[in-house]
Design a protein. Structure first.
Length: 248
């Protein structure tokens, strides 16, 4: 396997915000950085991360997904329009020659153009423990409401996971997990009272806790693993051989 370039060139995809961005930017200011953020693309013109990216001098493009689909009379779920949208995302990223694409709070499911252009080089931070599997052997908590579903399902703790992005949503190999975040005993009382609204409100706050406390470190650890050549992706099977799966 060829050793990656130093510093590793990292591109960011995000939507309304980019949890962990501070940590990614800080890594590029190290005396001998292992990786550097070289580009960012957001799906949202009101993205909270835009001022920070501008201050850091990171080339950033607003690729508004809502406007893109509306201009074509298509819904966000339209697969053909999503493919065209992702083809433009590839075109926006390619001049920056990223070695790794990082997704932080990116709200769109990537389609074939992105998955092909950056095969084995896209990672996402997800707000559940993807190593916890159900009876069918697949991750038990997937999708946008994973934290809420885990807490409503009786989980006593949650973790976030950085995983390799594949065609199947939240099914790529887990690369690094966060420390556990214990669920407050209040949730059990709320369930006993039949107060789903309290459980949902708590789950939102719990997810924010994880995002703010863990996502930066998780993304940093994953980027450094790629920079050090600790991850080898087996393209035919969409599996990853990890030199040292780690917990942040």
């Amino acid at each position: 396997m060829l050793m990656p370039r130093r510093p590793l060139r990292v591109a960011l995809l995000c939507s309304r915000r980019a949890p962990g961005l501070e940590r990614l930017l800080a890594a590029g200011r190290e005396p001998e950085p292992e990786y550097r953020l070289v580009a960012a693309v957001t799906t949202c013109a009101s993205c909270e991360a835009l001022p920070m990216l501008a201050a850091a001098g990171v080339p950033t493009t607003v690729h508004d997904s809502g406007l893109f689909h509306a201009a074509r009379g298509a819904r966000l779920s339209d697969r053909r329009a999503r493919r065209a949208y992702d083809m433009e995302t590839v075109a926006l990223l390619s001049p920056h020659r990223p070695d790794l694409v990082v997704l932080s709070s990116y709200l769109l499911v990537l389609s074939e153009p992105m998955l092909t252009a950056f095969a084995g080089r896209i990672v996402n931070v997800h707000d559940s423990d993807l190593t916890v599997v159900g009876r069918d052997g697949t991750p038990r908590w997937r999708g946008l409401r994973s934290t809420r579903d885990a807490i409503a399902g009786g989980a006593r703790e949650t973790r976030s996971t950085v995983h390799l992005v594949t065609a199947e949503v939240d099914m790529g190999p887990a690369l690094v997990r966060s420390q556990p975040f214990p669920v407050h005993p209040m949730v059990e009382h709320a369930r006993g009272w039949g107060r789903k609204d309290i459980v949902s409100a708590y789950a939102y706050a719990h997810r924010e806790w994880m995002m703010r406390a863990a996502w930066g470190e998780l993304l940093d650890r994953a980027a450094r693993m790629f920079a050090r050549g600790e991850i080898v992706v087996l393209q035919r099977t969409s599996e990853a051989a990890v030199g040292a799966r780690a917990e942040a």
